[in-house]
Write a protein that binds this ligand. Structure first.
Ligand SMILES: Cc1ncc(COP(=O)(O)O)c(C=O)c1O
Length: 416
């Protein structure tokens, strides 16, 4: 059975007035390139291929035993077998407020915390709550691949502000000011950064925050890598450095990266009361409460000490220095020393035009394809982060695998 569409052509039954099976809004969403690379690597491994995966953005360590034990206990407690408040269990919201004061110095009440299904839902909530159609969000590139998609899904317009290695992949007030229009509503800020590992120094964060405050621009600041900083780098929270911003600031965070808990799906957003009320309302219709057992596990994680993350940080720091040195030894690759998170973001444009295993590549996407097909090395091409010409390599993998993987790249790109 066909029906008439707005253009007068016949549409199949169930295709709505536009004739589309999938809405234009959702059809425009790109799949997550980072998850796709990881899936391809795992599929090859399942076929018995030897693959070194630099794709996944997650610690290779298990969740701390105390956290797992808390979850086991929570499973047996009937209180956790039923719906709980959308905004999160009260003890966890309180513990997150206390942890935030402890770790970043940001003074918040438990009522300003909304527990979410990972930091990812906090990002989606933040833009859904802030963006009206056409509102512009400034997104410094290279950016985490989810930001522009969730801005667009919320009806906002991502306005990409490019940065480069010469500037340490850090955006400046001058660049933001040049990109500002009467429709600019939000600045997306992340430090330490995925995918570059850049960490903004205190003075620069303060300057960016002051600029946003002066122009009445909201800031969504993603602090999920707050504890993963190396060398002399320090994490600073923007609303602490610029207290006047607090009424127009949303902090995104979660347990995934700090406690090796990516699979547990617990994150949170912190914001002013009206924003948290609106986001809670939204979440109540989308996902209701985060799984209670995961929330109890997160409660143990955030209430405890930072010993586990100190151990992981030491390992990541060691691997960071190794990957930085080894990548720079490859002719055609140039890598800035990452200062935070667990990613290296080298330039690979020096490899363009070189004949490698009978192929000549002209983009980082083609080089990434070559790397997985010819060397069994999974990396995410810079195209996924709005910065072609680069690879993102996560160094959250074992030391031996890391060395093996970069050696394979060196052989491939060296013409072996
Ligand atoms: C910058 C950044 N923010 C947020 C997240 C979301 O993490 P999750 O949803 O696992 O808590 C990630 C995960 O990769 C990330 O890299």
């Amino acid at each position: 059975m066909a029906q008439q569409t707005e253009t007068g052509t016949a549409a199949p039954r169930g295709a709505g007035v536009t004739g589309r099976r999938i809405s234009a809004r959702i059809a425009a969403v790109s799949p997550s390139a980072t998850l796709a690379v990881d899936a391809k690597a795992k599929a090859l491994q399942a076929q018995g291929e030897s693959v070194v995966g630099f794709g996944a953005g997650e610690p290779d360590f298990p969740t701390p035993a105390t956290v797992v034990a808390a979850a086991e206990e929570a499973c047996r407690d009937p209180r956790n077998h039923h719906y709980s408040p959308t905004a999160g269990i009260a003890e966890l919201r309180e513990a997150i407020a206390v942890k935030t004061r402890r770790d970043s110095g940001f003074e918040v009440a438990a009522s300003q915390v909304l527990v979410t299904n990972g930091g990812k839902q906090a990002v989606a909530n933040a833009f859904a709550v802030l963006c009206d159609p056409g509102d512009e969000v400034l997104v410094p590139a290279p950016y985490w691949t989810t930001y522009p998609e969730s801005i667009a899904l919320a009806g906002g317009v991502p306005v990409v502000v490019p940065t480069d290695a010469a500037a340490g992949f850090r955006v400046t007030v001058g660049q933001l000011e040049a990109a500002r229009t009467p429709r600019t509503k939000v600045l997306l800020f992340v430090s330490p950064s995925n995918p570059t590992g850049a960490v903004y120094p205190m003075g620069e964060i303060e300057a960016l925050g002051r600029w946003a405050e002066e122009h009445g621009i909201w800031v969504v600041t993603d602090e999920i890598y707050e504890h993963l900083v190396y060398g002399g780098a320090e994490h600073h929270s923007m609303p602490v450095l610029v207290p006047g911003l607090a009424d127009r600031c949303i902090v995104v965070n979660g347990v995934a990266k700090t406690y090796a808990m990516t699979g547990w799906r617990v994150g949170w957003m912190i914001g002013p009361a009206d924003v948290i009320a609106a986001a809670t309302n939204l979440q109540s219709h989308e996902t209701s409460n985060v799984a209670n057992v995961s929330q109890r596990a997160a409660l143990t994680a955030v209430s405890g000490d930072l010993e586990a993350v100190a151990m992981m940080r030491a390992a990541f720091d060691r691997r960071r220095l190794t990957i930085h040195r080894m990548l720079n030894e490859i002719d055609g690759i140039e890598c800035l020393l990452p200062e935070g998170a667990f990613y290296a973001f080298p330039s690979v444009t020096g490899l363009y035009g070189r004949e490698l295993r009978g192929r000549t590549c002209a983009s980082s996407a083609e080089l990434a394809e070559l790397a997985i097909e010819e060397a069994g090395v999974a990396v995410v091409p810079g195209e996924a982060f709005g910065s072609p010409g680069h690879f993102r390599l996560s160094y959250a993998l074992g030391d031996d695998d890391l060395v093996e993987g970069v050696n394979r790249l060196a052989r491939l790109f060296g013409g072996d």
